[in-house]
Design a protein around this ligand. Structure first.
Ligand SMILES: Cc1cc2nc3c(=O)[nH]c(=O)nc-3n(C[C@H](O)[C@H](O)[C@H](O)COP(=O)(O)OP(=O)(O)OC[C@H]3O[C@@H](n4cnc5c(N)ncnc54)[C@H](O)[C@@H]3O)c2cc1C
Length: 279
């Protein structure tokens, strides 16, 4: 059952270089109890009715013991700007946790591919995976060093994940796109990749989040290597609970029939193979 919760804001602060406009918010309350990696919360950003619509933000960290959910957000427009004004110990209206999140594997290898702020939902997946049982690797692409450092590089390095980075200007990691890193990683690790005759017993799977064009390219590369891929889609959404159909996307089922799915309900995480990218 979806609930509207009043949660206490424990922390709401800018991260790193102010030019990047990246914020960390920690909220405390019931949402943490049922949250799973890849889900999101729909936040009311102001007490007034302006803006009327809530804003969806991914759950980046879940602590069921302290009942805390961590969110990271970039200031884009009015809603996220209003969010920055909320002070510690104030309360915020939270709808959620909402949506269908990532599969959390319990064996094999999980390769995470993040583009820019697409890193945020993947953090809750890194946190949830049993690193004794699952080999974890993160490929993260960003515009430049300032962005990656501001988006929490030091904390991510402490999470115990093997990380390769790319930046557009080469100021950190390899110069180029994260899809370049993906191509070479899959090319170098063919032993963990299932062959068609393996009948679905894949060792390696991919989870990805980032701009739509990147998700499309990641899916194409993964499917070309016969690697299953889950993508976290971002669509502008209104109600967040599947009622308004404002965020539908087109998918293709196994028989090739086209269907509509709601990003807020059946997603935001979907099987990359079923998404119709060029609708
Ligand atoms: C499931 C989901 C999870 C998300 N998780 C995060 C997260 O963890 N961190 C984060 O920083 N952002 C996340 N976003 C994006 C975030 O919701 C938007 O940036 C935010 O709603 C913008 O609100 P605003 O009022 O600041 O900007 P608005 O004034 O609403 O929009 C400003 C501009 O941004 C464009 N825009 C706004 N939202 C979107 C969108 N969803 N897709 C494409 N264009 C958009 C608008 O067209 C407009 O031009 C997520 C979105 C979804 C759907």
């Amino acid at each position: 059952m979806v609930m509207i919760l009043k949660e206490r804001v424990i922390e709401n602060r800018i991260m790193g270089d102010p030019i990047q406009m990246l914020y960390k918010m920690v909220i405390s309350g019931q949402a943490a109890q049922t949250a799973t990696p890849g889900q999101f919360v729909h936040l009311q950003v102001a007490d007034s009715n302006e803006p009327l619509l809530r804003r969806p933000l991914s759950i980046a960290g879940i602590d069921k013991n302290t009942e805390e959910v961590t969110i990271y957000y970039k200031v884009i427009g009015k809603g996220t700007e209003l969010l920055t004004r909320i002070k510690e110990n104030e309360y915020i209206s939270v709808l959620g946790p909402l949506g269908t999140g990532f599969t959390v594997p319990d064996s094999g290898e999980l390769l995470l591919v993040a583009g820019g702020i697409g890193i945020f939902p993947l953090l809750s997946l890194i946190q949830a995976v049993d690193k004794e049982k699952v080999k974890l690797k993160l490929l993260w692409g960003g515009e430049n060093k300032q962005f990656i450092e501001s988006a929490g590089l030091i904390d991510i390095e402490k999470m115990g994940v093997n990380l390769d980075m790319s930046t557009l200007d080469g100021s950190l990691g390899t110069k180029g796109l994260v899809t370049d890193l993906l191509e070479s990683y899959l090319g170098d690790n063919t032993d963990t990749i299932a062959k068609p005759k393996d009948n679905g017993k894949q060792n390696l799977r991919v989870a990805t989040c980032g701009p739509k064009g990147m998700l499309q390219a990641v899916t194409k590369i993964c499917l070309g290597h016969n690697v299953p891929v889950e993508v976290s889609l971002e669509e502008r959404m209104a109600c967040g609970i599947g009622a308004c159909l404002g965020c539908v996307c087109t998918v293709k089922d196994l028989e090739g029939n086209l269907k509509r799915k709601r990003v807020c309900k059946e997603g935001p995480v979907m099987d990359g193979k079923e998404v119709v990218w060029d609708e």
